[in-house]
Write a protein that binds this ligand. Sequence first.
Ligand code: DGL
Length: 273
Amino acid sequence: MPRNERPIGIFDSGIGGLTVASAIRRTLPGERLLYFGDTAHFPYGEKSAEAIKHYAIRITSFLLDRGCKAIVIACNTASAHATGEVELTAGDQVPVFNVIDPIARHVAAHWKGRRIGVIGTKGTIGSRVYVRAIGRLAPSVKVRSLATPLLAPMIEEGFYKNAISRAVIRGYLENRNLAGIEALVLGCTHYPLIRKEVEEVAGERVAVLDPPTIVARHIEQQLTGLGLLHEADAPAGPDHFFLSDVSESFAKSAGRFFRHKLRVEELRLWEER
Ligand code: DGL
């Protein structure tokens, strides 16, 4: 099979990476997707860096074995802790994309001298990866960050668009760390699912950025430069979705993103056989 017809491998701890996968599908309709949701280890945000590295290496090997032409770490926590390990595992031939660098570049290009907020898991915020990545490119940007650990489990459960989810979001956004921000980065790939609610609570003065679209455009540019883009109106083969532990909420959320019925398979990558 020509290299550009091979699938893009995408992984996350659960449904969050679907926000990135669906933006890739929208932006690059010719790309075939191979998705791995590590639901057995959800939430990544509470795990140690060592554990995340271990999971990410194993998943990357699986995606490479399946012939993926590129790897997308569609999880901020895994991007923060394991980008280097994923790159090493993938080697020189397969490009690796994380979800943090394209956002840091976007912020550096558009928000110089401004105050921006970042919300994400404890793992992502604790690593200070956004503060460092944005600080390197645009030291004049003031980055205020806040860990919002209740959000990803709430979203993974499908528990949002209700009074309690709005109260949780409000409780976080009213934290004084985020006072005076002009833009907000949703630094967890689950959060675009509650983007509307976040926008309502944040108010008109705060621009809520759209990371999946920014990431998908970056991937488009890079794949084009590498001659790896499959320029077509439809993929060369079916998408595949794997979970390390079947979850009903995955099927439900996946159905919202992809109009056709998804074939979701369970794959226990860590089980002794
Ligand atoms: N979607 C993952 C991220 O972007 C986090 C959810 C989790 O804690 O597993 O960080």
